[in-house]
Ligand binder design. Sequence first.
Ligand code: FES
Length: 441
Amino acid sequence: MPWTTGNSLEKVFGVKKTKLIAESHTAAVDFIEQTVLNLKIDCDFERVPGYLFLHPSDNHDSLTKELAAAKNAGLDVQQMPSLPGTKEQVPSLKFGGQAQFHPLKYIKALCDAILNMGGHIYTNTHADKIDHEGIVTDKGFKVEAKHIVVATNSPVNNKFAIHLKQYPYRTYVIGAKIKKGSLPRALWWDTGDFSKNKEIAPYHYVRTQPHDDTHDLLIIGGEDHPTGIAEEAKVNEEDRYALLEYWAKKYFPIEDVIYSWSGQVLEPMDSIAYIGRNPSDKKNVYVATGDSGNGMTHGTISGMLITDLINEKQNPWQKLYNPSRFKIFAAGKTFFKELAGGALGYLKNKSHDSKPVEVGQILANEGKIIEVEGEKFAAYRDEHGELHIIGAECTHLGCIIKWNNDEKSWDCPCHGSRFTHEGKVLNGPANKDLEYFFKDE
Ligand code: FES
């Protein structure tokens, strides 16, 4: 996934709307800070500077253009001759007014506040049917509602409207120990590795997090790739953490890597989230999706904007984030290059890529596509040697799923649905499980 440049936003939205986008994110950071203060939330919130630095494969012009765009957007930005906190002497831009916090501690406190105010939160409940009247769970319970907000990473309540306008990526993160005080408190991100992909350069993002008395954590992310298509870049999912560690060691004084995880990011065709009324639906159904790696601020903007829509209050960001917008001509080049190189390329080569193998060829901890009487199935042999067979056609629109050996999941390269080895849906847009045909015991 490329990082969203102010310069590219200016090309798509113009200077005035880019300023509005910047203002919405600034307002979201202020909202979080104010909420932390009001509710006295202990979530390590702190204001820190952010440093954008030049990747060696990129041209110095990138920073110059970004500086101009950031100034046009009214952001607090200045050029730096070097990169504070790192071993390398690379030019950078310093952004003031940024912040970091522990999102799970923050969310926990928000949940407590909702419960204290008489709200109810239900988890582990599958909404099977979602429409303007409410939801019906997979157990048949009906919940009626005046307003329905679908904030499920990828919306599970529509088949097409949103999913043809955004693209799913896997992103990888490691947490490495650093000696306390060895780095300033800050955020860092680079302009992207153009040697890997000159159109859509994947970038790295870095921040600190308090850990114990002697060490902090440095959280380092990146090495993204379109979901289900890791092997296009000849690096499988499970090998991406080592690349992150290798990259981080060049810049930062990291010690042991003690955490690693991956996540899914949805990249909208014009780089800003889809927040508002669900396209082609009744007025009381809303979606929030397409976070583009800015989930903390886009999530907060969603809360602020959808609250105003429900209360029929004017909001300056309503048109900007409207999920029905379609900026094909302005934003199409990068998006469609990725789509053509990714899902469409995959579909074109589908029969070759998913060439079935014999069940006997599948080793422990491996997942492969097999074929029985002309029909494709997804087969996974677990660490005990037991075979699990599920349907291979994604329940969203029927693409053939691919094995992700890092997460031990079946991922769909078309719009990012993910399933367990028993076919349970993990991630939309699919909202139905795959059929679980067989467990070899
Ligand atoms: S996610 Fe759309 S076909 Fe699989």
